[in-house]
Design a protein around this ligand. Structure first.
Ligand SMILES: CC(C)[C@H](C(=O)O)[C@@H](O)C(=O)O
Ligand code: SF4
Length: 416
């Protein structure tokens, strides 16, 4: 009997031989993540339901990333609440202010392997499907139940499988591909669907690029993003994790599968324009000056992004009147960027380089934009007020477009 990857993973996790899209199941959770911003409410709810001990202190991962280092008494307090919880519950995987953004460090530190069910109190938890897991965002109160019981109910989703073909042109990246797909599908074009990314273009992509695709599945309403594990996945996982894993693949004749063909051979660099992620245009159609450029986040703050940007910025200077913030997504990325001389390139170009954190991505921390200001960001959301003032504007792009635009002070594509 044919099934999708999501159905197979959820069948395994719920102890069923087979589950079908639409079924309500209870799945055992392999990894549960909450961070400094959503953690305190999960802890409060955990205590409110009278729970005493977490179900498995080795399966919970708690990174601090949204407001690090603490930028207010409130965030310092959130950190204190979480550190106390970690200590009291003996949580084994706690990453304080010096490690990095949750969706970067979970795979990097070996917490994600194929075939698992992963939940995170953060909407971009779908990122981890890039390694062949079923990974999704949940609310803090659901997380309290997971902490207590180790399981959660799910409605098994149908699958939208994007068969991506064609060789990407120079200066066109996974970010351009996913922006293009979201532009085509619309912000609600995959609501509650498992979004699988497949096809020869995805096979050619690195694990990092696949994370970019899966990270933004939620921006078209997806329940999760997924890529079938291959040699690259296994290589990545075996280098980083000692956990056993199981590989599941989609049967192409599964009933709940909807295949969508995407040809990317003529794709130009893309940009999502204010104030919606699906308001996507080719960079060549956009004429816009910018005040701030942000290179970072769980979408495009990886070493490959920093390399792409540094190649463009090397020996040049950021335009007067434009500021650029570079925030590596993790300590590992930061350290590699130091070793490779990328940080020097950024500093010499006039960029501000900060320690790993979410940064201006959600406008709650550092690098907030003011009224009338325009930000070009490599992150994943550009809703009204996302990076600060509701009268500011946010555009989204690849790291390469961000770097080229920082040099010009306006949104431009990197030169071929
Ligand atoms: C703070 C958190 C709840 C939020 C999310 O869930 O996505 C944030 O990470 C974001 O990107 O908007
Ligand atoms: S980098 Fe942005 S999108 Fe990613 S977890 Fe942080 S706030 Fe959310």
């Amino acid at each position: 009997m044919s099934s999708t990857m999501s159905e197979k993973i959820l069948a395994r996790a719920s102890g069923n031989d087979k589950v079908e899209a639409g079924d309500i199941i209870i799945a055992n959770i392999d990894v549960a993540m909450t961070h400094d911003l959503t953690g305190p409410l999960a802890v409060e709810s955990f205590e409110k339901i009278g729970a005493d001990k977490v179900w498995d202190s080795s399966k919970i991962v708690i990174p601090f990333d949204h407001q690090v280092p603490a930028d207010s008494i409130d965030s310092a307090n959130n950190h204190i609440i979480m550190r106390k919880f970690v200590q009291k519950q003996g949580i084994e995987n706690f990453y304080d202010v010096n490690v990095g953004v949750c969706h970067q460090i979970l795979p990097e530190l070996g917490h994600v392997v194929p075939g698992e069910v992963i939940v995170g109190a953060d909407s971009h938890t779908c990122t981890h499907g890039a390694l062949g897991a079923f990974s999704t965002g949940i609310g803090s109160t659901d997380m309290a139940m997971v902490f207590a019981e180790g399981n959660l109910w799910f409605k098994v989703p149908e699958t939208n499988r994007f068969e991506i073909t064609g060789e990407l042109r120079d200066n066109v990246y996974a970010k351009d591909v996913i922006l293009h797909i979201i532009g085509q599908m619309g912000a609600d074009g995959s609501t509650y669907k498992a979004c699988e990314f497949a096809g020869e273009s995805v096979s050619r992509m690195s694990v990092s690029d696949r994370m970019v695709l899966c990270n933004m599945a939620i921006e078209m309403g997806g329940k999760t993003g997924l890529v079938e594990p291959d040699k690259k996945t296994i290589e990545y996982v075996e280098k980083r994790s000692k956990k056993p894993y199981k590989i599941f693949k989609t049967d192409l004749d599964a009933d709940s599968l909807n295949i969508i063909d995407i040809d990317v051979s003529d794709l130009e660099p893309q940009v999502a324009c204010p104030n919606n992620v699906d308001n996507v245009k080719a960079v060549s159609e956009v004429d816009q000056e910018i005040d701030q450029v942000f290179l970072g986040s769980c979408t495009n703050g990886r070493i490959s992004d920093l390399r792409d940007a540094a190649k463009i910025l090397k020996g040049k200077e950021i335009a007067k009147g434009t500021r650029m913030l570079v925030i590596p997504a993790s300590r590992e990325v930061y350290s590699k960027a130091l070793d490779e001389g990328l940080i020097k390139i950024f500093v010499d170009a006039g960029a501000l380089v900060s320690a790993p954190c979410c940064g201006p991505c959600l406008g709650g921390h550092t690098g907030i934009i003011g009224p009338g200001e325009v930000s070009l960001s490599t992150s994943n959301r550009n809703f009204k007020g996302r990076q600060g003032s509701p009268d500011g504007k946010v555009y989204l792009s690849s790291a390469a477009v961000a770097a080229a635009s920082a040099l010009e002070g306006r949104i431009v594509a990197p030169e071929e």
